[in-house]
Design a protein around this ligand. Structure first.
Ligand SMILES: Nc1ncnc2c1ncn2[C@@H]1O[C@@H]2COP(=O)(O)O[C@H]2[C@H]1O
Length: 425
């Protein structure tokens, strides 16, 4: 007996996920993948029942329309081209980076679900976040070839429910709160937190004053704390070369805590500094699943994009922070020849044709390919139209993020520029 259309679709999606992520442990990957699928199906049922009091029939068509448009109408994205391009008006959904891709979307589903179901106490939220991290989108190679956790903390959901209390929790004074609001208010990581989580984080922060010249973090050490700068400036050194400086409102020290990896840089106080430290466990429980969600979700994907393969974890993390997701139906226009170029794109999944006026199709793009760089690199109008040929999810970078973050690969992008004579493709 042949497979039904839906079974074919499911298997195709599964196959695409395996090909995309090239998991080192296929059994574990598959277990996670199908758990996510089940979870997704359950949630769809629940949300449908909550809405209509009628369970939906589970077909792919129902599922994708629910996932992509159902509850997210407020997130519908207006195409930058829609004013003058009738083809694009109904096609783009700007949404969580996780949307649509069945394996990766679980993060956002869980977060939303958590808010509905949990009591909303800070601890519940922390635990739920960690739970979703634990069995959902931790990249399969999350800890591969890296040193293991310093504290060896376990994240068993049941332990968390009852056992975990933030180690350094202490209610801040009014004066401290005012200062924190000022410094933390500037840090985008904290703006992603709901009120309870923010309060929990604030009361878990420890004040640390250091004098000019103090080594706050040493490259190669194990990670213990995440830092936010309230006053002063700090310098970053990689292999003894200074790579950057940052000041009030900025944060550092997240990489080692995220990836259980050695510190990637040395951090020195360039002036006397007032810092706030967050312990690793609270960081992982609260910030990781909220503020660094995109990094975790895009980690594997960005690693598998050939053009980015030479970047460091830090460089890729910065790109992930800046990415936005757009979803296009088959046949819709992603960029239009002659328009002003605003964004650069990676294809997360799907396919697209590159079409030049008067010439026809000049290239076919697939998963992991990029486009939209020519206009940005050369300050030109769009040199071709890019049209989705199947449902296509793209991750996009705005022009300034493109210029700021893709510096290290600009030469390669230029070399590959398809509009240059003799480009190597
Ligand atoms: N170019 C860079 N490479 C790596 N880490 C950097 C860089 N610039 C700043 N940092 C920060 O320096 C921190 C050192 O500790 P972590 O590796 O935990 O996290 C690192 C980043 O937050």
């Amino acid at each position: 007996m042949g497979l039904t259309e839906e079974q074919e679709l499911e298997l195709g999606q599964y196959r695409a996920a395996v090909e995309r992520d090239c998991p080192s442990d296929i059994i574990q990957f598959s277990a996670n993948y199908f758990n996510c699928k089940l979870e997704e199906q359950r949630k769809l049922f629940k949300s449908q029942i909550n809405k209509n009091n009628t369970p939906p029939s589970i077909t792919s068509a129902t599922r994708s329309s629910q996932v992509e448009t159902g509850d997210r109408s407020h997130l519908l994205f207006k195409s930058p081209f829609s004013e003058h391009d009738p083809h694009t008006t109904n096609v783009i959904h700007k949404e969580d980076p996780s949307a649509k891709d069945p394996f990766k979307q679980d993060f956002s589903f869980d977060q939303r679900e958590t808010k509905i179901e949990a009591s909303n106490s800070p601890l519940d939220l922390a635990n739920k976040n960690e739970e979703s991290l634990k069995h959902k989108k931790i990249p399969m190679n999350f800890n591969a070839l890296r040193r293991t956790s310093v504290s060896g903390e376990t994240f068993e959901p049941n332990n968390l429910e009852t056992d975990w209390k933030p180690e350094h929790y202490s209610e801040k004074t009014g004066e401290q709160l005012k200062r924190l609001e000022k410094s933390i208010g500037k840090n985008f990581l904290f703006n992603k937190l709901d009120k309870d989580s923010k309060k929990l984080v604030i009361n878990s922060l420890e004040e640390k004053r250091v004098t000019k010249g103090t080594e706050i973090i040493k490259q190669g050490d194990e990670g213990d704390y995440f830092y936010v700068v309230e006053q002063g400036t700090v310098d970053f050194f990689v292999n003894d070369s200074k790579v950057s400086t940052s000041g009030p409102g900025s944060s550092f020290g997240e990489l080692a805590l995220m990836y259980n990896s050695p510190r990637a840089a040395t951090v020195l106080a360039e002036t006397d500094c007032v810092l706030w430290m967050l312990d690793r466990l609270t960081f992982r429980k609260i910030l990781l699943g909220n503020s660094f969600k995109k990094r975790l979700m895009y980690d594997d994907f960005l690693k598998s994009v050939p053009i980015l393969s030479t970047l460091t974890t830090y460089d890729r993390a910065k790109i992930a922070d800046a990415l936005e997701t757009e979803l296009y139906d088959a046949g819709s226009i992603i960029i239009k020849e002659g328009d002003v170029g605003e964004n650069f794109y990676f294809i997360e999944y799907g396919s697209a044709d590159v079409i030049k006026e008067g010439v026809g199709i000049v290239a076919n793009l697939k998963q992991h390919d990029y486009f939209g760089e020519v206009a940005l690199l050369n300050d030109l109008p769009r040199q071709a139209t890019v049209k989705a040929t199947s449902t296509t999810k793209v991750a996009t970078l705005g022009k300034s993020a493109f210029q700021r973050l893709l510096g290290p690969v600009v030469e390669v992008l230029k070399l590959n520029d398809p509009t240059r004579p003799h480009h190597n493709q």
